[in-house]
Ligand binder design. Structure first.
Ligand code: SAM
Ligand code: SF4
Length: 338
């Protein structure tokens, strides 16, 4: 079935067809690059969109050409009955591709039912394979459960299981090679991500960022032969194949995402719905459009879609990290939905 409404196009001709939905601002970890040790003031439950409200907005956006929906948070698996939301989204027409970004801690218990409900893939965030370091970064001792979650996801067919590693200078940048080999040996796909200024503590400095170029140099210097390959997907990662990787599958592939040093803003196809119903056209946006208000005031579909369309039309060219007029958003990554 084709989309019944015209696509969402911004003033620079970019088509928005990738929607990220944050289902909660809460989390069971406290990653230093994202949340403070004490957590954040959580949103009152009544401020959070219900599954029906989320599915209604998602349905309108799918009708206007959105092809991929990724559930995120906070930690999406701490939201009760998430499986039910997956079922509701899988029933939309045209059916979107459904993915989940999770820290993996609760994934082992949930993977099979998520797959049965219609989830297609998962990204699991993991920043260290060393137990003590994992605990230092996340402030919780959950490495084993995260690894078990990844295995369960692969067994449930939520593949390729992608591993997101935020690379931070002096914190975990000596594990690049370990992660590349881990991906090859376990059949996962790894994405090395540059550290962005979205930590709630506001401690980020550009010195903490390991540029994607440097990551590739490190891999090459360690004898990990990487071979780039042509990439036609809209995904922002530049993808490489590690030596010894089984060809013909994505398993073992590595990719670098230079969100800071070479942002993909000029081909950005993303839009976001926050847990409390804010519509954002950029991770770094300084403003968001309130959708929850009109939803709860009884607005019709045309009215809501017009609001979303107007927001997309006004999307800016891109963020300006590194330039003197860069302004951090007031919200941190867990509050926006990464
Ligand atoms: N809790 C889930 C998780 O950790 O996967 C989903 C939400 S989390 C905010 C989404 C992604 O944002 C994770 O892959 C996380 O590593 C990434 N992230 C959080 N803070 C970041 C930062 N300051 N720079 C780069 N990536 C960040
Ligand atoms: Fe939680 Fe994900 Fe933020 Fe870590 S990165 S504190 S797991 S929301």
């Amino acid at each position: 079935m084709d989309s019944p409404y015209p696509p969402l196009i911004d003033g620079f001709g970019r088509v928005a067809d990738d929607l990220r939905i944050s289902v909660t601002d809460r989390c069971n970890l406290r990653c230093t690059y994202c949340m403070p040790a004490a957590g954040l003031p959580w949103l009152p439950r009544t401020d959070i969109l219900t599954f029906e409200e989320i599915a209604r907005v998602a349905g309108l956006l799918v009708g206007a050409g959105v092809k991929t929906i990724r559930l995120t948070g906070g930690e999406p698996l701490v939201r009760r009955d998430l499986v039910h939301l997956v079922e509701m989204l899988a029933a939309l027409a045209p059916r979107p591709d459904l993915a989940l970004t999770t820290n993996g801690v609760l994934l082992a218990e949930a993977a099979a039912s998520l797959a049965a409900a219609g989830l297609d893939r998962v990204n699991v965030s993991l920043d260290s394979l060393r137990r003590e370091r994992y605990e230092k970064i996340t402030r919780r001792d959950e490495l084993d459960r995260t690894l078990a979650g990844m295995e369960a996801a692969a067994a449930a067919g939520l593949t390729p299981v992608k591993v997101n590693m935020v690379v931070m200078r002096g914190t975990n940048d000596d594990e690049l090679v370990d992660f590349a080999r881990f991906a090859r040996d376990e059949g996962y796909v790894v994405r090395f991500i540059e550290y962005m200024p979205l930590d709630a503590d506001g401690r980020w400095t550009s010195d903490d960022v390991v540029a994607a170029e440097e990551m590739l140099e490190t891999l090459a210097a360690a004898g990990v032969e990487t071979e780039g390959f042509a990439d036609e997907s809209p995904e922002p990662a530049t993808r490489y194949s590690i030596e010894g990787r089984e060809k013909g599958t994505q398993a073992g592939e590595i990719g670098v995402i230079p969100s800071v040093t070479a942002p993909f803003c000029d081909r950005c196809n993303r839009i976001r719905l926050t847990a409390e119903g804010g519509f954002r056209t950029c991770l770094f946006a300084l403003e968001e459009v309130d959708v929850r208000g009109p939803l709860r005031a009884g607005a019709g579909d045309d009215e809501i879609l017009a609001l979303l369309r107007k927001a997309v039309a006004g999307k800016w060219a891109g963020h300006k990290i590194g330039s003197p007029d860069f302004q951090r958003p007031r919200k941190s990554m867990s509050q926006i939905g990464g």
